[in-house]
Write a protein that binds this ligand. Sequence first.
Ligand code: HEC
Ligand code: HEC
Length: 155
Amino acid sequence: MNNRFKTYVFWSLLLGTSVVFADKMGMPTDAPASYEAECASCHMAFPPALLSAKSWQNVMSSLDKHFGTDASVDSKTQADITSWLVKNATTRQKYSETAPENRITKTSWFIRKHDEVKADVWKRAGVKSPANCTACHLYAAKGNFSENSIKIPAK
Ligand code: HEC
Ligand code: HEC
């Protein structure tokens, strides 16, 4: 066992599954510059492992009708971002469903993981929407959703 692996095992045992989970969700370091530029102005740049390849294709092929707004990009940018998202999409069976309405927040894993969050909490001014991951997950933009870095806005 090398040291890096030992450290990983240590933290995994200490923190339970959250480290493993957070690790797999992590933001890859090779994101095209266009991803930050085009996909992080209205909301955070979602880490690609939050959706399946099929779901990302669905999101990227309907940008002109994107949740009530027009988020279209030129065709080269669209191709670049799509291939990067698809390459880094989740490959884990448990998270691989095709997301209803192209929403991470409508997947069954998302609903299950958040079953303890009461309906009124999602509507608080400090939260606004379940899609607003950074409202509660302090390091969401890095793809870290560990239980240890959650702070739910009081109002
Ligand atoms: C002009 C603003 C805008 C831009 C630019 C934009 N989006 Fe969005 N996006 C939205 C809005 C609004 C929502 C719905 C948010 C909500 O329900 O709170 C959304 C939601 C999403 C969701 C679903 C979130 C959920 O509910 O699970 C995904 C995935 C997404 N966007 C991906 C992208 C990608 C990829 C890009 C870049 C190609 C992008 N967005 C660019 C406005 C934008
Ligand atoms: C209102 C606050 C809130 C918002 C907004 C929110 N979450 Fe969460 N999230 C939580 C809570 C609370 C948990 C449960 C933590 C636990 O298991 O104790 C959780 C759990 C998770 C987990 C499981 C973590 C683990 O270690 O098992 C993931 C992954 C996750 N959220 C992703 C997201 C994503 C992606 C978004 C945005 C699309 C989001 N969350 C939006 C509060 C929130």
